[in-house]
Design a protein around this ligand. Structure first.
Ligand SMILES: O=C(O)C(=O)CO
Length: 318
């Protein structure tokens, strides 16, 4: 034993840069198999001071985690997979990895928006079916130019989306949330209530995390308030949308199209209703999946642990 603090890395595809950073000050064990069950983690966890991984952490997990554990750090921005209150109640510090992924997720939002607005999936399906037609009116989509974009939840990701969309000559940006924000003012975006945003936006982009308040906030009612020409993009969390309501809205053309990085359920099972819709551009929660961003997220999660072990505030503490 070196006397160094012991860190358990739960996933063996954790980027090497983060493992190397931890190794500068800690003994590091990387668990195999790659995505272990919570039970597999718990078999060894009582011997460790810190845990780096994305795991479902609830009261039962914490009861079995042992008394040595001081820090839990998830290499993700979202933390709805962990019971933060229960973790903190036990004096365990908990951190996550926001901000460093905002650019990558914003890029994803832009391509989903463009793909949905320009009927990319429908075009591809028709191509595969040999149904491409000549015609001045064939498969027309919508421009971004001169349109109104509504951001639901102007956090870091929402801000990065606005910055990236500005060069598309957007007429107006709306945002909604708990309160007006300086960042919104700086970006020239107008704070409005959700109703106004839904009714008056051509593009509605949801960036909200999953909370009791946002659970299924995009319901039949919300989609009915949107325009027939509206495009809905979700890069937040799948559970913020009532999936059946979204399927209805897309099928009945209550809205024009959707671009989804996140869905409920996730992943969508083969043959799911959403996957049958030509006007839905869907990817399987890949918003932060770039080489650079995954390195940065893992590094942030590792830095949380190093800070915590030295008695400092975590880099991104919850
Ligand atoms: O880090 C997260 O929470 C994500 O959803 C990444 O896409």
């Amino acid at each position: 034993m070196s006397g160094k603090p012991r860190v358990l890395v739960a996933h063996n595809d954790t980027p090497q840069v983060a493992v190397d950073l931890l190794k500068t000050k800690c003994d590091v064990t990387i668990l195999k198999p790659n995505w272990p069950t919570e039970a597999e983690v718990l078999k060894v966890l009582p011997e460790y001071d810190a845990l780096l991984g994305k795991l479902h952490i609830d009261t039962d997990f914490l009861n079995a985690a042992g008394s040595k554990l001081k820090i839990i750090s998830t290499p993700s921005a979202g933390y709805d997979h962990m019971n933060i209150q229960e973790i903190k109640k036990r004096g365990i510090k908990v951190g996550h990895a926001p901000k460093v992924l905002s650019g990558a997720v914003a890029e994803t939002a832009v391509f989903l928006l463009l793909g949905a607005a320009r009927r990319a999936h429908e075009g591809r399906l028709l191509l595969e079916q040999g149904k491409v037609e000549n015609g001045f009116q064939w498969l027309l989509g919508h421009d971004l130019r001169n349109k109104t974009v509504g951001i639901v939840g102007l956090g870091n990701i929402g801000e990065e989306i606005v910055k990236r969309l500005k060069p598309f000559e957007i007429k107006k940006f709306f945002y909604t949330g708990h309160s007006r924000k300086k960042a919104g003012d700086d970006l020239g975006a107008e704070f409005v209530n959700l109703d106004t945003l839904l009714k008056e936006s051509d593009f509605v982009i949801s960036c909200v995390p999953l909370t009791p308040e946002t659970d299924k906030m995009f319901s039949d009612d919300a989609f009915k308030k949107m325009r027939k020409t509206s495009v809905f993009v979700n890069i937040g969390r799948g559970k913020t949308v009532d999936t059946d309501a979204l399927v209805r809205a897309l099928k009945n053309q209550t809205i024009f199209a959707a671009g989804l990085d996140v869905t409920e359920p996730e992943p969508l099972p083969v043959g799911h209703e959403l996957l049958k819709l030509p006007n839905a551009v869907i990817i399987p929660h890949m918003g932060s999946q770039t080489v650079e961003t995954r390195n940065d997220m893992a590094l942030a999660a590792a830095q949380n642990i190093l800070n915590g072990l030295e008695g400092k505030t975590l880099l991104y503490e919850l």
